[in-house]
Design a protein around this ligand. Sequence first.
Ligand SMILES: Cc1cc2nc3c(=O)[nH]c(=O)nc-3n(C[C@H](O)[C@H](O)[C@H](O)COP(=O)(O)O)c2cc1C
Length: 176
Amino acid sequence: MGSATGDWVYILHPRPAYAVCSSAGGVIDCLAAAWVTPVSRRPPILMVALAPGRATYALIKSSGRASVNVLGWDMLERLHYLGTRSLSRDPDKMARSGLRISTVDGYPKIEGALAVLYCGLRSSLSMGDHDAVFLDVVGVEVSEGFEPRPRVSEHRFVLHVGGSEYTTNSNSSVVL
Ligand SMILES: Cc1cc2nc3c(=O)[nH]c(=O)nc-3n(C[C@H](O)[C@H](O)[C@H](O)COP(=O)(O)O)c2cc1C
C-alpha cells in the first residue's frame, strides 16, 4: 500500500465541475468547484468542499446563500477562468469573466447555465485544507430540455481531470 500524497485526490477524478456563486453587500463572486456531492435526498442537502480562503466562501458565510450552476462544455473556458482567478486578488474578476449574472430572490445565477440549484448555508465543518460546507437546496431551475436525470446524449458536461485538464461525457450511456 502506498501513502496518500497530495495527488491522491486525483484518483477520484475526473469529477463534474460546477460554478458556485454567492453575493453579499453588492459583491458577486463565483468559483469552480469539483468537490461537490449530494449528501441527503430528503431533505435536499449537498456538500461542497471549500478552502477557507476562497472569496466566494466569504460571501456564502455572510449572505447565507449560494447557487450551484451546471455549465455545459461550451462554457468550459469561463468555468476554468472562475477557478483560476480569485476576487481577493482581482477585483475585476467577474466583470472580465464574460459571464452574465442575474439575481433570483437574492441568489446570483449564471445566465446560460444548464441548471441551477439555489442553496442556503446549513453548516460547515473544518476539514484540513478545505471545509465541508453543507447547503440546503431551497430551489432548482433547469433550462428547457434539461431533465433532473439528463440524457447524456443531449448534453456535454464538464469533468475535471486535474490542473487545467478537462474531459467530457461520451455520447453513449447504458441503462441497466
Ligand atoms: C475545475 C476546478 C475545480 C475546483 N474545485 C474546487 C473545489 O471543489 N473547492 C475549492 O475550494 N476550490 C476549487 N477550485 C479552486 C477555486 O475555484 C479557485 O481557487 C478560485 O479561484 C476561487 O475564487 P474566489 O477566491 O474568487 O472564490 C477549483 C478550481 C478548478 C479550476
